[in-house]
Design a protein around this ligand. Structure first.
Ligand code: GLA
Length: 688
């Protein structure tokens, strides 16, 4: 099955240089109406098709959306839900505030879906009306509002709450060694690690313990480039001390190389091309991204993967967007062909490696990728081998067309293709992080590890709209218990910095929302894969991405993702334990207006006095005991680290025990065909 992002995106392409941008239907609370609105984002059945993301209503119904004069048009479908038990027709109308009919269909019965297009230019509001005998279930399917470029809907958080500016302080001149404190590699496989360091230049870096420890003879540290490379034959733990010195001082960090079966011991940090270059990507874009990762200074905060997404292979789209990338799938011996934009996959990986970064690519277990390029179905072993020969370190494997060839039932149907590729990758003589793109379906979080993966998408596609961020946060609530070193729930690429495919001038997320996005991803121990064009980073985006204390939470070696311990209507509180005994907490204001959030530490099990560190501002706030309160702007998240004081005590075994599942209960794999765990089901509302 194709992911629905493509139809959406295809629309954007078709529009070319569109002068407006598309917004999902706003949350129910911003609509005012009479009659019954069953749900927004409900799956409905119209004209024999199940359609997600709909506004489901029962006659008589009038739903009004404020537009503030900024909207340009409405696009939606209209029809009677197949499941309605009332055998009657309904009338659908789109009305301007003065009662003018903008669109109308009378006597609509089950079995038909009408396409609705209405010009909204200059209107203060619009009303969607369905009339007829009482009790007809009707739906406005996949409704979208378009707003003039750069204009935000009136319910946008910018209209209701002050916005946070740059919070991350300027980089300290003192040396700081950033990034994770553990690195996993399999015996005999290549090690490649570039030490991320900040501080006044020049900073000299050395590694103590390399020469002294038995087994590390084949490791070399290039002090100039700060790149550690080589290999280690014997399994075990190898502690090294990294020392960084400059004119202002000295920093030391204990860094452990763990040689064994597990890799990706902390969530991958890096960049992926999809959100900014889409199908138009070229090898040149990838090289420039590697250069920019370096030049921008982001590499000094630990970002190290440079990942190619879809469209490096030849395309099989018969026409349309990527037809110029058409070509033979494979050569005579079955080796997959890269397309004309990627003439030298091996050279590209070598270039990325030369900077101390890791290289990633993308495929599908099905015959074609989501974009219609060559997938790996039937060629898994051969593909894995060539990826390794080329030198790639990461594979994102995207379900997409596999649905057309899948056999079997239940979980086994979903696990099978990944198990095959997982084994093929494992058979190579280099480590290749295996990342499943399964959109949270089929309970992937529970079995991802069993098929040899290190990360798995637990959400549909995320883009720079609030609805997608809050949707992802909801999905994460049900999967935290499956997070562990080498096993990561992936909440999709980051949407700070730019909108999807650079069509839009910046992220459409408000600043507060970008803080929530990053805070929740870090709390959830999600991979942090930057999605924006690294050559066009503004100061705000840079400040968000380079906050080392936020990154430290994401990279905490315990690998225990936060759970949502308070799941309120107006706010949520997320918490996770960290390796040093401190607790990371996010106070997330779900509302549009500022509100005071109270964290009842005692109820959460935190007794005594805890030092509070404001993570985004990198500042101590003081000491909290019993209750912690903070005024949080609309859609923002206040991210803090509670550090235990002398009399502090955690009364519960795990701060996350307040949430709704117990780790051990869910980590064991359910039998094939078993009911998926409660949390993942909510993600089925993804627009796929
Ligand atoms: C799917 C994935 C995206 C991206 C595209 C590429 O939609 O979810 O992340 O990889 O495919 O076509």
């Amino acid at each position: 099955m194709r992911n629905a992002i493509l139809p959406i995106v295809a629309t954007i392409w078709a529009l070319g240089a569109a002068a407006d941008t598309k917004y999902e239907i706003p949350a129910l609370q911003i609509a005012t109406g009479t009659g019954s609105v069953q749900a927004v984002h409900r799956k409905v059945c119209v004209a024999g098709k199940n359609i997600h993301l709909s506004l489901s209503v029962t006659t008589p119904s009038r739903v009004t959306f404020p537009l503030g004069g900024a909207a340009t048009r409405l696009a939606t479908g209209a029809g009677v839900d197949c499941r309605t038990t009332v055998d009657a027709a309904a009338d659908f109308r789109v009305l301007a505030p003065d009662g003018r009919v903008l669109w109308e269909r009378k006597g609509v019965r089950k079995g038909v879906r009408h396409e609705v297009k209405a010009d909204l230019t200059g209107l203060d509001s619009v009303t969607l009306e369905v009339s007829g005998p009482a009790g007809v279930m009707a739906a406005w399917t996949r409704p979208y509002f378009f707003f003039a470029d750069g204009q935000f809907p009136p319910y946008d958080v910018r209209h209701h709450s002050p916005q946070l500016g740059i919070l991350t302080p300027p980089e300290s001149p003192l040396p700081r060694i950033n990034g994770p404190i553990v690195y996993g590699v399999r015996p005999g496989h290549p090690v490649l690690y570039r030490v991320p360091v900040t501080g006044e230049k020049p900073v000299k870096v050395r590694m103590e313990g390399l020469g002294a420890l038995e087994g590390l003879e084949n490791l070399v540290f290039d002090g100039e480039k700060r790149i550690l490379s080589g290999s280690i034959e014997k399994s075990g733990e190898y502690p090294i001390t990294i020392v960084a010195e400059n004119a202002r001082g000295k920093a030391e960090k204990r860094f452990t190389i763990k040689v064994g079966d597990k890799i990706a011991l902390t969530p991958p940090l890096g960049w992926n091309h999809w959100n900014c270059f889409g199908w138009k990507v070229t090898a040149e874009n990838i090289r420039s991204a590697a250069d920019a990762l370096d030049k921008s200074g982001l590499a000094e905060h630990g970002y190290s993967y440079v990942n190619i997404d879809d469209f490096w292979q030849n395309s099989h789209n018969p026409a349309g967007s990527a037809h110029e990338l058409r070509g033979p799938e494979r050569n005579e011996d079955g080796t997959v062909n890269s397309n004309a934009n990627f003439p030298d996959m091996k050279g590209l990986a070598a270039y990325i490696h030369s900077k101390g970064f890791k290289a990633g690519l993308y495929s599908s277990p099905g015959p074609t990728t989501c974009g219609g390029c060559t997938g790996s179905f039937g060629y898994e072993a051969q593909d894995a081998k060539i990826y390794a020969e080329w030198g790639y370190d990461y594979l994102k494997h995207d379900w997409c067309s596999y649905g057309n060839v899948a056999e079997g039932t239940g979980l086994e149907r979903a696990m099978k293709p990944y198990r095959i590729m997982g084994k093929a990758l494992r058979d190579q003589n280099r480590d290749i992080v295996f990342s499943l793109c399964q959109y949270g379906k089929d309970d992937v979080s529970v079995w991802g590890e069993k098929v040899g993966a290190q990360c798995w998408r637990v959400v549909g596609d995320i883009f720079d709209m609030w609805g997608r961020i809050s949707y992802a946060a909801n999905c994460l609530k049900g999967v935290w218990m499956n997070s562990a070193p080498g096993s990561w729930n992936d909440a999709d690429m980051l949407c700070v910095g730019c909108g999807l495919w650079n069509e839009f001038k910046g992220s459409r997320l408000a600043p507060n929302e970008q803080y929530t996005h990053m805070s929740i991803w870090a709390l959830a121990a999600s991979p942090l894969l930057i999605g924006c064009d690294l050559e066009k980073l503004d100061d705000f985006t840079m400040s968000i991405l380079r906050n080392d204390e936020m990154i430290d939470i994401d990279q905490d070696p315990l690998g225990q993702a936060a759970s949502c311990i308070v799941d309120g209507k107006s706010h949520e509180i997320w918490a996770r334990p960290l390796v040093d005994g401190s607790i990371a907490v996010g106070l997330f204001n779900k509302g549009l207006s500022p509100c005071e959030i109270t964290f009842d530490m005692t109820a959460a099990g935190m007794d005594g006095a805890w030092k509070v560190r404001d993570v985004w501002r990198q500042k101590d706030e003081g000491v909290a005991r019993g209750i912690y309160k903070m005024n949080v702007y609309g859609h923002a998240t206040h991210l803090v680290r509670f550090i235990p004081g002398a009399d502090a005590k955690l009364r519960v075994r795990d701060i996350r025990d307040n949430a709704y599942a117990h780790p051990e209960e869910v980590r064991s794999l359910p039998a094939v065909g078993a009911k998926p765990s409660a949390g993942c089901k909510r993600c089925d509302i993804a627009d796929t």
